[in-house]
Ligand binder design. Structure first.
Ligand code: ZN
Length: 323
């Protein structure tokens, strides 16, 4: 079985991003936010497939587009978790990820960004695709009173993300637009409405490459260890101020080969519901209390008292949970 070559991924990705920017700049058939708002009339007639058949866009369409945008905007916040994004993706994209995109291999971690290379589908013109994710709470993971590996696990499991894929589907089939309107796009925001390919915005946030990438992010231990290594190095840097060069943790081809030699992970969807944040663990609380020990200003003493109260509560709820 052939692996995924990760060499020169960085320069290849830079070329693709440049190409995307130039293509976007020269496009003449984009539906701008002002036009969707009904404030300007498009210079030329634009078409939509809303309702099934291609036809010129009318005022009613613009109202429909605005309603769809508002629906997504209701849930707006910075980032979306991997589990949420997968549960919002279309079943067809998950099926394709399962059958066609077998692996996502990380290439490097830097300042909260993780880059991946995935294999490509059977009819694709290229042999690999480039995806990127960014942790919105990277700074919080570094500051968290927990081990680097625990913090990395927290980011991968519950962390809010921004992401993008450099494939054409992500940009042309509405995913990039949806991610922009939803507040979780990474890289170039897409402001023109997908009037032809996804006029009802039911395209979901993920292409098949990102479905595979986020599944890998949730479950692969090598990815988690590399992220932990980056957190570890960032923490060391905190002790040596003045050395501002960002930390980059790279993945070797041998490590990439270990991932592609392993089994293909199943794509699974967990039903998502809004949940309260988990209470802090006893270890987190103890570490936080230790950090405030010996500080005598009023606010430190107040924080230490509050932390102690939380610790007492957590031991009470743990002992009452015992049979
Ligand atoms: Zn893609």
């Amino acid at each position: 079985m052939s692996g995924i070559r990760i060499g020169n991924a960085e320069s290849a990705l830079n070329r693709l991003r440049q190409h995307d920017l130039e293509r976007h700049r020269s496009a003449t058939n984009l539906l701008s936010p002002e036009a969707v708002a009904g404030k300007t009339s498009p210079a030329k007639v634009l078409y939509t497939t809303l309702g099934g058949t291609p036809r010129p866009i009318n005022r009613q369409d613009l109202a429909t587009f605005r309603a769809r945008i508002a629906e997504i905007g209701k849930n707006l916040r910075a980032g979306i978790t991997a589990a949420e994004a997968i549960s919002l993706s279309r079943p067809i994209d998950r099926e394709r990820a399962q059958k066609e995109i077998r692996y996502a291999v990380p290439t490097w971690v830097r300042s909260g960004e993780v880059r991946f290379v995935t294999d490509s589908g059977p009819v694709s013109k290229v042999t690999r695709h480039h995806t990127r994710i960014e942790f919105v709470n990277w700074a919080a993971a570094i500051a968290r009173p927990a081990t680097a590996l625990q913090s990395a696990g927290w980011l991968c499991g519950e962390g809010a993300l921004r992401f993008e894929c450099q494939c054409e589907a992500f940009t042309f089939w509405g995913h990039r637009y949806l991610a922009t309107v939803g507040g979780f796009v990474l890289g170039r925001p897409e402001n023109s409405y997908p009037k032809i390919r996804a006029p009802d915005l039911t395209c979901g946030p993920l292409c098949k490459h990102l479905v595979r990438t986020l599944t890998t992010l949730q479950r692969d231990m090598l990815v988690r260890r590399r992220i932990a290594e980056a957190i570890e190095q960032e923490r060391k840097r905190l002790d040596k101020p003045g050395r501002a060069k960002p930390v980059t943790v790279r993945v070797s081809q041998a490590e990439a080969d270990r991932i592609t030699a392993g089994r293909v992970r199943r794509i699974t969807v967990k039903p998502q519901r809004a949940s309260l944040p988990k209470p802090p663990s006893r270890a987190d609380l103890t570490a936080a209390i230790a950090a405030y020990a010996g500080r005598n200003d009023a606010s430190s003493r107040a924080i230490a008292r509050a932390l102690s109260a939380l610790l007492t509560q957590s031991s009470q709820s743990q002992s009452s949970a015992r049979p």
